[in-house]
Design a protein around this ligand. Structure first.
Ligand code: MG
Ligand code: MG
Length: 253
């Protein structure tokens, strides 16, 4: 069931998104070679708590294997849901960060991919292409039109660059929970609801230098490319407000 939000709820989600983007503006410059990913996670927890929010991803998932961080840190062939650890970021790493904040019950979701130090040309091209997939996907979101327009725009740009599109995971409704209906795939497949007023969704292309096939590691969270190729991930949360689309999270990096 798709949960459409009223104006008061959208205002709450907007505030949550604004806080999340403000957090990223301070976090992104900290992503450098030599930094331990768990330290980024601890920094993120402290920042969100001090700002009056709650890390939305911390403890998310099943009781048996809840996500142990506030921040997903996915490096190189890791696509999403990388667990913060003792791992040190290396020169040239492609570091995807994904985070959500619960601010008074209103949930935001945003991801960025940061090049640590000097990345290879291939990594920089993939990252730029993925960011452009997101920009074009958002541009294709029209109030009253259909959701898969977004997916089509994302896939078309990715294929033009010769890139793989991850289809096993996708964007989603968000705002009152971390994951809500509808699904927002990165290829035009499946249910195609209208972008009605009150809809809040996260659009999040996951684009790879290889095939787009992925595997789940034994930790039950980390998703990696099956062929070991690089992956990048960018995400914004948007709301359909009456007859217009508003991007609630802000550009970072
Ligand atoms: Mg996310
Ligand atoms: Mg998301």
């Amino acid at each position: 069931m798709i949960r459409l939000k009223n104006d008061r709820q959208i205002a709450g989600i907007r505030a949550s998104c604004k806080m999340l983007s403000a957090m990223y503006r301070e976090l992104v410059p900290l992503v450098r070679p030599g930094v331990v990913t768990r330290d980024l996670d601890h920094w993120t927890r402290r920042w969100i708590t001090a700002a009056g929010g709650v890390p939305a991803f911390l403890g998310y998932g099943s009781k048996k294997n809840p996500f142990p961080g506030a921040l997903c840190v996915s490096i190189n062939d890791e696509v999403i849901h990388g667990i913060p650890s003792k791992r040190k970021i290396a020169e040239g790493d492609l570091v995807s960060l994904d985070c959500g904040i619960n601010l008074g019950g209103f949930i935001s979701d945003q991801a960025v991919t940061v090049e640590a130090g000097k990345a290879s040309d291939a990594a920089r091209r993939l990252n730029a292409a993925t960011r452009e997939c997101l920009r074009l996907g958002l541009g294709a979101a029209k109030a009253g039109d259909r959701l898969l327009r977004i997916s089509r725009a994302v896939e078309t740009r990715a294929r033009e660059g010769g890139y793989g599109v991850v289809t096993r995971y996708c964007g989603h409704g968000v705002g009152l929970e971390v994951h809500e209906d509808p699904q927002v795939p990165n290829v035009p497949r499946g249910p195609n609801p209208r972008l009605s007023g009150g809809l809040v969704i996260a659009v999040e292309p996951m684009i790879t230098a290889g095939t787009g096939d992925v595997e789940l590691l034994d930790d039950g969270w980390t998703v990696v490319t099956a062929d070991g190729q690089l992956s990048a991930h960018w995400e914004h949360t948007l709301a359909v407000c009456g007859d217009r689309v508003e991007i609630l999270t802000e550009e970072v990096g």
